[in-house]
Design a protein around this ligand. Structure first.
Ligand SMILES: O=C(O)CCCC[C@@H]1SC[C@@H]2NC(=O)N[C@@H]21
Length: 246
């Protein structure tokens, strides 16, 4: 049996906030246990790699802050935990599995477009902050995203499902707790296997961009450390941090 993780996860709903992840970091020293901060409006939402995150009204924006304990290297693996939890919550919201794919390291795609992004950060007092944005109602325009990036889509436009951020959190919070419990009980291998079964472009050619270089090759797998394994003309290359382009 999968243990519950843990009893009494907190929820704070903020009508407006600069960024739920910034608020989570401010509150981190005071939290008693895992706490979700849901922002109905964000005025300075952050994306990965220093980018801004566009947050149209009605979209989901929340950050989970908690103390995961364990090895530092295991913290980054929570992006896979969060991706699977998002997938489960989206299936629960729509009643359908079709079209959902997971893009390394931590995006959720729907019908080939970017539906959700995850921002993992270390917070104060040994906390981990997992910021999650889902285009529930509206997708940002292509002009608002990085050149070459996957086009954004919304859940409403792709599926007709209209769900409020509050209702989506009621699906996501228990979904995260369940996948986190699996991770803690069975380790990364179980999470990794399920993630790979739902991965976008596995076995296909991709471009992986790190801070300094872009590598082209075939997306072979994700290894036990969560690194992208790319088969390039120069041999196998492991990428621990970066962005993937198709
Ligand atoms: O670049 C990405 O794909 C990650 C985007 C993460 C956005 C979310 S919205 C809730 C949380 N608060 C933020 O300021 N960012 C994250």
């Amino acid at each position: 049996m999968i243990p519950r993780w843990p009893e009494g996860v907190g929820q704070v709903i903020l009508p407006t906030v600069d960024s739920t992840s910034l608020e989570a970091a401010r509150q981190a020293p005071h939290i008693a246990g895992p706490t979700w901060f849901l922002g109905l409006e964000q005025t300075a939402a952050k994306g990965r790699r220093g980018r801004a995150w566009s947050n149209p009204a009605g979209n989901f924006a929340a950050s989970l802050v908690y103390r995961p304990g364990g090895a530092i290297a295991h913290r980054a693996l929570r992006s896979f935990v969060a991706s699977l939890a998002l997938q489960d919550a989206l299936i629960a919201a729509t009643g359908r599995t079709e079209g959902l794919r997971l893009k390394w390291p931590n995006d959720v795609l729907l019908n080939g477009g970017k539906l959700a992004g995850i921002l993992l950060e270390s917070g104060p007092s040994e906390t981990l902050i997992i910021g999650i944005g889902v285009n529930l109602r509206a997708a940002p325009t292509q002009a608002e995203v990085e050149t070459g990036a996957v086009a954004p889509v919304s859940l409403l436009s792709e599926t007709g499902t209209d769900i409020t951020p509050e209702a989506f959190l009621d699906l996501l919070a228990p979904a995260f707790a369940a996948v986190e419990a699996q991770f803690l009980t069975y380790g990364f291998d179980a999470v990794r296997t399920r993630w790979l079964a739902n991965a976008a472009k596995l076995g296909e050619p991709i471009h992986a961009r790190t801070v300094t270089e872009t590598h082209h090759g075939t997306f072979e797998t994700v290894d036990a450390e969560g690194q992208l394994v790319l088969r390039t003309a120069a041999g196998q290359r492991m990428i621990s941090a970066g962005d993937v382009f198709f």
